[in-house]
Design a protein around this ligand. Structure first.
Ligand SMILES: *[C@@H]1O[C@H](CO)[C@@H](O)[C@H](O)[C@H]1NC(C)=O
Ligand SMILES: *[C@@H]1O[C@H](CO)[C@@H](O)[C@H](O)[C@H]1NC(C)=O
Ligand SMILES: *[C@@H]1O[C@H](CO)[C@@H](O)[C@H](O)[C@H]1NC(C)=O
Length: 355
């Protein structure tokens, strides 16, 4: 480990020595951390070349002020309230040129090398957005496969746009942890971003149409605030069977939230990111990443939902391909069936001067 900087501060407590006890709850595992000193910022960073362990400020404060009631008893039943983040690949300079207008955060599984390649070779090109500053990163969690991990490290050497979270295994069931990871990383390394755009690695973003959409906010100096932007679903209800099954005892209510957006692509205004991070300890864990972040968590953070469905083709299929090509409003397509679709789309769109 490299340098260690312990920084804590509080307007309430001034320069008085403080003891901070907080409880990390991971499936009823409790641990206590003690730290003290002073400063304006309020987090602890243990930084080394490739690994960053950060304890997030506001949450640490929230929890320590209410330490008499362990989070595991008050409102939590999962790792989502763990204060520690551990980015084994952090790409900390992604947003070093400020301001960043959009950060496109692409959920990807460790072994999806071909999909990431297709995305890099097609739409994920910052140059297409100039003069706007847009960045693309791939979000991966931990893999136990040593060969895959080696290839990921080589990929990072070549492109430098991977963010790997070391605190959980990469799995479909763990996507909510990935969403939380996205919020925590952005809150640390990309604080001033105007819009955070979460997509999946089987989604396709029409770069120039998206750039045009962004440019409007820049031209009118009216970037969205306090907002989650996506295809807005009203009163989404739990499925009790099938792929998105959520058993009654995990979510007895008839709906997840008054409004939520599907996960193939949604945007969050930059100012909303810290609000969402602060809301994490206040809500119940839900493994469905999109319903959790854009529904439960956004509701707790009092965000407004802006409907973006005119720009979003939910499912990219044979019979909707031509729609995506011809309808110039559409800048996001979800659920490409094969990563060749990205190349085909790219080829189709370029000659038609849609770019
Ligand atoms: C961070 O995560 C990696 C990979 O899971 C693990 O090997 C390492 O021990 C973790 N570091 C800390 C400080 O927790
Ligand atoms: C999700 O991550 C946790 C923590 O690393 C791990 O124990 C669990 O097995 C993962 N879930 C799946 C389905 O792999
Ligand atoms: C968690 O806390 C919030 C705010 O205190 C409350 O509205 C919510 O009902 C609680 N959830 C659970 C599952 O207890």
């Amino acid at each position: 480990m490299g340098t260690e900087a312990n920084k804590t501060a509080s307007k309430d407590f001034g320069i008085v020595h403080i003891r901070w006890f907080f409880i990390l709850s991971a499936c009823s595992l409790l641990s206590i951390l003690y730290t003290s000193s002073t400063s304006k910022k309020f987090y602890m960073v243990v930084n080394s070349q490739s690994s960053v362990l950060t304890t997030i400020s506001n949450q640490l404060r929230d929890v320590s002020l209410s330490h008499k009631v362990p989070p595991s008893l008050s409102n939590t039943s999962s790792k989502s309230h763990d204060q520690t983040v551990n980015f084994t690949i952090a790409s900390p300079n992604t947003c070093s040129e400020s301001p960043i207008h959009a950060l496109v955060w692409i959920f990807s599984a460790p072994g999806n090398f071909e999909r990431r390649k297709a995305i890099r070779k097609t739409y994920a090109k910052s140059a297409l957005f100039v003069p706007l500053e847009v960045r693309f990163v791939f979000s991966i969690a931990t893999t136990n496969d040593g060969d895959i991990q080696q290839r990921i490290l080589l990929e990072q050497d070549a492109y430098g746009n991977i963010i790997q979270d070391g605190t959980f295994q990469d799995a479909y069931e763990n996507l909510t942890h990935k969403a939380i990871s996205m919020l925590k990383w952005t809150n640390i390394y990309c604080k001033d971003v105007k819009l955070l755009f979460k997509v999946d690695d089987d989604s396709f973003v029409h770069s120039t149409r998206f750039a045009k959409w962004l440019q409007k906010f820049e031209d009118t100096n009216s970037w969205p605030v306090n907002s989650v932007i996506g295809t807005v679903w009203n009163h989404p209800k739990p499925h009790r069977t099938g792929k998105w099954k959520v058993p009654y005892d995990e979510w007895p209510e008839a709906e997840y939230a008054p409004k939520a957006c599907p996960g193939s692509g949604y945007l969050i205004s930059g100012d909303a990111v810290p609000k969402l991070v602060s809301a994490i300890p206040k809500v119940r864990f839900l493994w469905l990443e999109d319903m959790y972040l854009t529904g439960v968590l956004s509701h707790a953070a009092n965000l407004k939902h802006i409907d973006n469905s005119q720009h979003h083709l939910l499912t990219f299929e044979k019979n909707t391909q031509s729609t995506f090509v011809s309808n110039k409003n559409l800048f996001l397509a979800g659920h490409l069936s094969h990563n060749m679709d990205a190349y085909k789309l790219w080829d189709k769109l370029r000659p038609l001067k849609y770019w």
